[in-house]
Design a protein around this ligand. Structure first.
Ligand SMILES: [Zn+2]
Length: 516
C-alpha cells in the first residue's frame, strides 16, 4: 500500500495523455518503480533546495516508492526533511533504503554523478535558467532566484513521466540537454539578469488558488524580499482529488480553505502585506477598482469576466490539452486583450463545449448545458438517467449529484474520477485534468511574469508564451504576438467599454497606460 489515497485522480489525469490507457496496467507499472533522488552539497544551496522541494512535491503525489541518495552531511540532513515532506503529501509512500533497493530511475540535483545503472536525469538551475540533461550533471547555481530551479523540477518530472510512459505518448522523447530561460523564453537564450534586491507588488490581485495558483504561490513565497500588497482570492476548500496536483497541499490540508493554504506559504514574505479573500472573486468589494490582476482561474468565462472588470493590466495563465502558458494583456492599443484570446472560435475551447462533451451531451450543448451552467439549475433524476445512459455507466453512483448544479456534477463525477472508476478506466474520460508538472510549470511561469512586471513596470513585447511538457522542450520560439480580433467582436473594440476604461484611468491622474 504505497499509492496515494487520491490515486484515482492521478489516474484520470494520466488517462488523458496516455494512449491505450488501462488503469490496472498503470497502477501495476507505477508499483514496480523506485525513483531515486540523488543530491550533494552543491544542491544544498537556495536554488538546489528549491528544486528538490518542488521535485518531491511533484513526485510524491504519483510515484509510490522513492529513495534518497544524499552525498555529504548537509545533504543527509536535507534528505530527512524531504522524506517528512513526502510523507505529508502521501502518507502511504514507501521511502526505500538505498542498500536494499534496485532503482528504476534516478533524478540528480547538484554536481554529483551517482553510481547507478538505471536511466538517470540531471536537473539544475542558475537564476532564471532551468537546466536539464539526460547525460551529465548540470550543476546548481548559488543565487537567491529560484524561478529557474522551480522550472527545472517541472521539466525533470515531465521527462521522467515521458520516459516511463514513452510507449503510450505520441512523440514523447526525453530531452537531451535543456537550458530554458524563464526570463525571456527565447530559443537558446541565456538571458539571466540578477533579481532586484527587493521586488514590490503594486496592489496585485491573484485570482484562483487551484493547481496553477499553488505553483505560483510556491514560487512567489521564495522570491527574496517581496514587498507591497498582494490579495489572494479563492472560495473553495482543498478536496482530496486536488492533492493530485496542488503542490502546496499536504494530506492534512484536505477540507481546509485554499486561501489559508496559500497564506501559510506567503507568511515567509514578512515585508509583503497579503490579504486573503475566501470568496468567489466576483464578490470581492474591490472588483471594480482592481488594476493589476494575475489570473489562475479555471474557465474561459471567468477570464472574460475579469477582463470585463477592466483592470489596467492582467497576467493570465492556463493549462489545457496540448499546452500550458502565460499571457500579458492591456486593453487599449492594437494587441489582444484577455477576452480576445477566449472569443468563440478563438484559440481555446469554451467551457460549455468541454462539459457537454464530458457528459456525453454534445448535441444538447445549446438547449441544456449552456443554460444550466449559466443559471445553476439543478440536475434532475431524469437528466441524470440520460447522462448515465449516454456514458454507459450505472446511474446509482451518480445519484448523489441529483439536485446539484451541472458544474458540480462535472467537477465531482468527471474531474473527481467517479465515472472513471465506474468504467475501470476503460472509457476515455473527456475532462481536463492536467498532470501536476504541467500545472506547476504554468504557476512558476506566472510567478516569473509577476516578478518581471513588478521590476520593470512594463509588459514584454509578446502576448503569449506556450509550452507543451508532454513533448521535448521546444527549440523554436514559444512566444507570440497576438493582435485584437480581426472581426472587431471583442469588448476591447466596443466603444462603451473603451470609454469606461479611459474614464477609469484618466480620472486617477494621468492618461491610461497602454500596458505596453
Ligand atoms: Zn479584446
Amino acid at each position: 500500500m504505497a499509492l496515494a489515497n487520491y490515486f484515482s485522480r492521478a489516474a484520470t489525469a494520466a488517462s488523458q495523455v496516455l494512449q491505450g490507457f488501462d488503469a490496472k496496467h498503470f497502477e501495476g507499472l507505477l508499483n514496480g518503480l523506485v525513483i531515486g533522488i540523488a543530491f550533494d552539497q552543491q544542491a544544498c544551496s537556495t536554488e538546489g533546495r528549491a528544486s528538490l522541494d518542488l521535485l518531491i512535491r511533484l513526485l510524491a503525489r504519483l510515484y509510490p516508492t522513492i529513495c534518497f541518495l544524499p552525498t555529504g552531511d548537509e545533504a543527509r540532513e536535507l534528505a530527512k526533511s524531504l522524506g517528512s515532506l513526502a510523507r505529508c503529501i502521501n502518507k502511504n509512500i514507501s521511502i526505500a533504503r538505498r542498500r536494499a533497493t534496485v532503482l528504476s530511475h534516478c533524478l540528480v540535483v547538484g554536481s554529483t554523478t551517482p553510481d547507478v545503472s538505471c536511466p538517470t536525469f540531471f536537473l539544475g538551475s542558475d537564476g532564471w535558467l532551468a537546466m536539464f540533461s539526460a547525460e551529465r550533471p548540470v550543476g546548481t547555481g548559488g543565487s537567491s532566484n529560484t524561478l529557474g530551479a522551480g522550472g527545472a523540477a517541472c521539466i525533470a518530472a515531465a521527462n521522467l513521466f515521458r520516459h516511463i510512459f514513452s510507449a503510450q505518448i505520441n512523440g514523447a522523447a526525453v530531452d537531451k540537454d535543456v537550458i530554458f530561460s524563464l526570463f525571456d523564453y527565447a530559443p537558446g537564450s541565456r538571458a539571466n539578469p540578477p533579481l532586484a534586491d527587493t521586488v514590490t507588488l503594486d496592489d496585485l490581485f491573484l485570482l484562483g488558488l487551484g493547481a496553477i495558483g499553488n505553483g505560483a504561490v510556491w514560487a512567489l513565497s521564495r522570491v527574496p524580499n517581496l514587498r507591497g500588497r498582494l490579495e489572494v482570492v479563492d472560495a473553495e476548500p482543498v478536496d482530496q482529488g486536488n492533492l493530485q496536483r496542488y503542490v502546496l497541499a499536504l494530506e492534512k490540508d484536505i477540507s481546509r480553505s485554499k486561501v489559508k493554504l496559500a497564506l501559510r506559504y506567503l507568511n515567509s514574505q514578512t515585508d509583503l502585506v497579503v490579504t486573503g479573500h475566501n470568496v468567489r472573486w466576483q464578490t470581492i468589494p474591490a472588483i471594480r477598482s482592481m488594476e493589476h490582476v494575475a489570473i489562475a482561474l479555471d474557465t474561459a468565462a471567468d477570464r472574460v469576466a475579469v477582463q470585463g472588470a477592466l483592470p489596467r493590466w492582467t497576467i493570465n495563465s492556463w493549462t489545457q490539452r496540448g499546452d500550458l502558458g502565460v499571457s500579458h494583456h492591456g486593453f487599449q492599443g492594437e494587441m489582444a486583450c484577455l477576452a480576445c484570446l477566449y472569443l468563440p472560435n478563438g484559440a481555446v475551447p469554451d467551457e460549455d463545449q468541454v462539459i457537454a462533451e464530458a457528459l456525453g451531451l454534445e448535441d444538447r450543448k445549446m438547449d441544456i448545458v449552456r443554460p444550466m451552467l449559466h443559471n445553476g439549475a439543478p440536475v434532475t433524476a431524469e437528466l441524470m438517467g440520460e447522462i448515465a445512459n449516454r456514458l454507459t455507466v450505472p446511474v446509482e453512483p451518480l445519484l448523489p449529484f441529483v439536485g446539484k448544479p451541472l458544474r458540480d456534477l462535472y467537477q465531482g463525477a468527471i474531474c473527481g474520477g467517479v465515472v472513471f472508476e465506474l468504467t475501470a478506466g476503460s472509457k476515455r474520460v473527456l475532462v481536463e485534468v492536467p498532470m501536476a508538472f504541467q500545472s506547476a510549470m504554468a504557476g512558476v511561469m506566472l510567478a516569473g511574469e509577476i516578478v518581471k512586471r513588478a521590476a520593470t513596470a512594463n509588459s514584454p513585447d509578446w502576448i503569449t508564451a506556450k509550452l507543451n511538457l508532454l513533448r521535448k522542450m521546444p527549440s523554436g520560439l514559444i512566444t507570440e504576438r497576438r493582435k485584437k480580433d480581426h472581426l472587431a467582436r471583442c469588448i476591447c473594440q466596443d466603444s462603451d467599454y473603451m470609454e469606461v476604461y479611459r474614464e477609469k484611468y484618466t480620472s486617477r491622474g494621468g492618461p491610461a497606460s497602454q500596458g505596453s
